[in-house]
Every structure is written in C-alpha cells, then in structure tokens.
Design a protein around this ligand. Structure first.
Ligand code: CA
Length: 376
C-alpha cells in the first residue's frame, strides 16, 4: 500500500453573527481538511487548526515526501516531514499541516486494520468523556452580563457540568462577569476562564486574585504563549491552576513548558501540535511530569473525533479507584461545517460524549456536504 494522492479542502462559511474574544473576531469560520488517498483508493481524513489557506499550502509543500510512501509508517513519515522544514518550520503552520496529514494517516491505519485509532494507540482507557462547553464569546452589541449569563444557564440546562468563560478584556468587567455567572449557576457547576492571552501578567494576576474565591477550575492563556515567566508569575500569585498550550507545538515545544513547570493543565491541539502521533508523545511526557492534559479542540468533526481518540488513551495520572479524568472541550460556538461534514454528528447526551468506535476516526465524511463548504 502506498500513498497515491493528497488533497486539501479549504472550508469557509460566513457566520450568522460575528463573535469575538480578547484578541480577535470571527466573521467567517474556516478549516483546512486533508484527504490522503492510497493506491487502493482508500481515503484517510485529517484537519489542520489555524489559517486554512497557509495550512493547505504547507500540506502541498510536504507532498514530495508523501506520494509513494507507506501510509502505515506514521512515525517515519512524521520524522520525514518535520525534518523537511525543520530549520524554518519548528512551530506554527508547518506543524499544523503535519498534524492534518498525521491524523489522516491514522484514519487510514485504522481502516486498514479495521480498528479504531485509540485501539491501535494502546487503549481505550475510557469509552466516554464528560464534556465542558466552550462558548461565551462576545457579540458586537448587548450586555455580556445579560446574554452570557443566559448562555451559560442554557449549557447547564442541556446537562453540561462545566463551562469556560471568555475573559481578557478588562479586569473589573471580567471579574463582574465571572461573579455573575457563578451566582447564576450555583456553587457546584464547573467554571474555567480563558483570556486568550489578552493580558500581561499584571492584569492576569489582578483578575485571578479578584475571582479566586469563586472556585475556578483553571485560568487559560492568562498571558502570551511565549511568556513562560509570565505564566510562572501568575501561577505564583493565585491558587487557580494555569492552563495553556493551544499555541505550542511538538514534543520540543511542550518540553520547555513542562521543564519550566508553567502550566497545570496542558492543552495541545491534536490538529496543531503535531497530530495524533505527536500528541500521544506529549501526553506521555506530561504524565511523566505529573501534569494534567486536556486537549484543545476547535474545528470540525474530524478534529473532534481525532481529539476523542486521543482522549481515549490519555493515561491516568496517577491511577486509582477514582482517578482524575480529562474533560472534552466541546465548542458550542457557531461553526456550520462542524457537524455537517459528517454523516453522523458527534453529540453529547447530558454533557457526556461517547468516543467513536468505528475504524480509524470512526466517522464517515459526507462528500456532498464537504463540497458545499469548500472554496478551493
Ligand atoms: Ca483557549
């Protein structure tokens, strides 16, 4: 079996209502989907996180190392691709492109052996995961104290037991919002907050100290991803654990975070940090450092399924009668292509999501739906 063809699909849709976070706004939603096709006409699907057009261009650039290669040799291919542009491509879009390719290769491997990816990666350790809702983005008008509190109450009514609140705008405003949400949902509901690196350490510390009494599970990306000293300063100032890693790449990048002891909840994105091959290595490294891992998830059902397959094999740390379990980041913001490109959507029931059990990613792509979102 050889790789015969590699295709990219740039998906793009205009949102019914733009939404923003601390450092940016989404008017459209896009993604780069990768299809790797073997010489016996079997397709594997992957997805790249980040800007779709540059990711697709990078996938194109990796093609000479892919065409004719054995698709089952996932680690060898990963090393070939990383080595191809190592000198200029250790982080960012080149690694997002490798991620999409690697996920597609794992999907192929699963189809070849008629087994779910998580089985081939040594699991499953778990067959379902509790999900937390990601949402609470800001609208261009309206009072966040009103519409965000209502949004979170909606997640609670749906059966979610935890939700992440977007912060990073202005300290007093953020503190008032977190307090209003906590007041509305009661003391038991899980709350995280995510600044999307919109703060420096001074303001991040002010917010952490202002909401510390509200039982916050983690403070995500309080400061820019390169500022590990900033993470350490915020961490030293509060009992709220630090989360981050969606902007970090490969075992080499995560090694530095782990060595510094900067982050308590490590959040590599399967579609960005190097794919399933690399995220399993990062997970095992986090385990060795005693750090919890909860993958970052953002994108279509392909990324969602890849994350679920990874989550199925995240090691307990430590094992026990009631070990700590990772939660799935379940993005609830508008993304018309997310579920539509799969023949069977991945949904939650009372905040619980089943890990797919079909061969490979365990999903079937609806090519017609894919074509309706495709702009290349
Ligand atoms: Ca985030």
């Amino acid at each position: 079996m050889k790789i015969a063809e590699v295709k990219t699909y740039i998906l793009e849709t205009t949102l019914s209502e733009p939404f923003h976070w601390a450092i940016g706004e989404a008017v459209k939603r896009g993604s780069c989907v990768v299809e790797v096709i073997t010489d016996d006409r079997v397709s594997g699907w992957g997805e790249c996180f980040g800007p779709a057009r540059p990711a697709a261009a990078m996938v194109e650039a990796y093609k000479p190392w892919l065409i004719g290669a054995d698709p089952l040799a996932t680690d060898k291919i990963w090393q070939d691709l990383y080595g191809a542009f190592r000198d200029q491509g250790q982080k960012g879009v080149p690694i997002c492109a490798i991620s999409g390719i690697d996920i597609a290769l794992w999907d192929l491997k699963g189809k070849h052996f008629n087994a779910p990816i998580h089985q081939l990666m040594g699991g499953p350790i778990r067959t379902e995961v509790a999900a937390y809702a990601t949402g609470t983005y800001r609208k261009r008008s309206g009072d966040p104290l009103d519409y965000i509190v209502k949004e979170v109450l909606g997640y609670q009514a749906e059966g979610f037991t935890a939700c992440k609140i977007k912060v990073g705008f202005q300290v007093d405003e953020d503190a008032a919002l977190v307090a209003a949400v906590r007041h509305a949902v009661g003391p038991q509901f899980g709350l995280m907050m995510d600044a999307n690196h919109g703060y420096d350490a001074i303001d991040a510390i002010r917010l952490a100290q202002a909401v510390e009494h509200l039982n916050i599970i983690w403070f995500e990306e309080p400061v820019p991803p390169e500022d590990l000293d900033g993470y350490l300063a915020v961490k030293a100032s509060t009992s709220i654990p630090m989360a981050g890693g969606e902007c970090e790449y490969t075992r080499f990048g995560f090694r530095e975070i782990l060595k510094a002891g900067a982050i308590d909840y490590l959040q590599p994105d399967t579609c960005a940090a190097g794919g399933l091959s690399e995220c399993k290595k990062i997970a095992d490294m986090a385990n060795a450092f005693g750090v919890r891992m909860i993958p970052h998830v953002w994108g279509t059902g392909i990324g969602l399924s890849a994350s679920l397959n990874l989550m199925a094999v995240l090691p307990h740390n430590p094992p026990g009668r009631r070990p700590w379990e990772p939660m799935l980041e379940f993005d609830r913001s508008e993304h018309p292509a997310r579920q539509a490109i799969m023949k069977t959507p991945i949904e939650h029931v009372n905040g619980i999501v089943q890990i797919p059990t079909g061969p490979g990613l365990g999903i079937e792509i609806d090519r017609q739906a894919l074509a309706t979102f495709c702009v290349n």
